[in-house]
Design a protein around this ligand. Sequence first.
Ligand SMILES: NC(=O)C1=CN([C@@H]2O[C@H](COP(=O)(O)OP(=O)(O)OC[C@H]3O[C@@H](n4cnc5c(N)ncnc54)[C@H](OP(=O)(O)O)[C@@H]3O)[C@@H](O)[C@H]2O)C=CC1
Ligand SMILES: Nc1nc2c(ncn2[C@@H]2O[C@H](COP(=O)(O)O)[C@@H](O)[C@H]2O)c(=O)[nH]1
Length: 327
Amino acid sequence: MFKTVVAREYNYQDVYLRPRHTVVNSRKECDTSVTLGRHKFIMPVYPSNMKSVVNVDTCEFLARRGWFYTMHRFNVEQVEFVSYMQENGLVASISIGVNDDTIAQLKQLQVAGLTPEFMTLDIANAWCPKAERMIKYVKDHFESFLIVGNIAGSDAARDVHAWGADAIKAGIAGGKVCITKNKTGFHRPMVSTILDCASYTREAGVPLIADGGIVEHGDIAKAFACGANLVMAGSLFAGYDQSAGNIIEVTIDGQASPRAFKEYYGSASQYNKGEYKNVEGKKILIDYRGNIERLLNELKEDLQSSISYVGGTKVDDLIHAEIISIS
Ligand SMILES: NC(=O)C1=CN([C@@H]2O[C@H](COP(=O)(O)OP(=O)(O)OC[C@H]3O[C@@H](n4cnc5c(N)ncnc54)[C@H](OP(=O)(O)O)[C@@H]3O)[C@@H](O)[C@H]2O)C=CC1
Ligand SMILES: Nc1nc2c(ncn2[C@@H]2O[C@H](COP(=O)(O)O)[C@@H](O)[C@H]2O)c(=O)[nH]1
């Protein structure tokens, strides 16, 4: 036979975690903190670096509460952003691209004597020559902790780490506003993506960030069970007052008062790009949900509960969870 289907692969919805003996007396005893580089954050989950999810206010809001964040890279004054955050005693975490405009932005940071604590190289497939060039440039010129994404397998993780990445972000074409899989045929389900990437990153001691595809809060615990160290999510965070997207009111047939939604669009959507070129994302409306504080508290409570179900006391104990396939 010329070819066969390589493997059965799994998404979050295809698996659950098998409960174990709980050792704590209260879920509050479970520690949700995570250390990335030289910094400790109160939760291992953070919003996507997308223009419809975060803006300066979102980043400041999260940083002040001890959450990790990454500013997006679209029309951002990097010098202004980094100095603003650092002057306020907050961690500066920016996103960068792979082209010469990024080199120009990085030179401006150097001239201003600024070093962001974190940089995230943001491209759809970071397993490519332009990403290699940019990783090497950043590592040659800055002390910043460099997250590189996205990739979808251990082979890519190995290369990107060898090029100089300090942490790796994984997940290709699994996002809610993604149309990459429809337009190109390429995608890898998240559970399989994480398991494969973690087979390299765990051994190498490189933090792994699982990006996209979170539908239920429990998917976050599943990501850690597969070997991720942090989770990035877009749609989960996009519906709130503190999220960056516009509020849209829609009057639905037969209803007296309009219903509120938030705009959520992909970084590779026509809306974000300003032109219909290499479009691999779409714009949707998602339910408006009010203040984000409730979500942040609930995410913490749910993760503490997950840690208790695995019989652990900290996030990394979730790696001991047995993963059950239900499909
Ligand atoms: N996580 C995911 O699954 C995906 C995420 N995205 C997001 O959308 C945004 C835009 O992403 P992206 O299109 O990667 O970046 P850009 O549009 O910013 O492209 C960056 C540069 O890389 C080149 N490039 C991009 N893709 C390829 C490719 N497949 N082969 C060769 N060169 C390439 C582009 O050249 P040229 O345009 O000439 O090809 C361009 O010069 C990012 O924020 C990204 O995270 C997009 C798709 C999937
Ligand atoms: N294929 C595309 N993926 C995109 C685009 N913009 C962002 N993204 C990725 O999606 C996640 C968020 O996913 P969600 O399921 O949590 O909503 C984000 O972090 C990016 O990795 C895009 O235009 N096309």
